[in-house]
Design a protein around this ligand. Structure first.
Ligand code: ZN
Length: 84
């Protein structure tokens, strides 16, 4: 039985394992110009803006612990707390 967890600003770690990081599943899509050089030294070409035009989409409503992978809280509760 999974217990219900609600995000609060006092929450600093995973209540299950104490890890301080969580993740949400996202998909992203976009287009970019991928810059290359004639001399094939591609690592010197600038591609830093590659992801700026990508759009990100949350795939899940819940945040998951990045260590124990347990489902934690609704990510909306986290976003709402940020804008309180
Ligand atoms: Zn955990």
């Amino acid at each position: 039985m999974a217990k219900k967890i609600h995000y609060t600003k006092e929450m600093k770690e995973c209540p299950y394992c104490g890890n301080d990081e969580f993740y949400i599943k996202q998909a992203y899509s976009g287009t970019c110009n991928y810059y290359m050089r004639f001399d094939m030294k591609n690592e010197k070409a600038e591609n830093g803006e590659m992801y700026q035009s990508a759009t990100h989409k949350d795939l899940t409503k819940y945040a998951y612990c990045s260590d124990c992978n347990k489902r934690l809280f609704l990510i909306d509760e986290y976003y709402n707390a940020l804008f309180d």
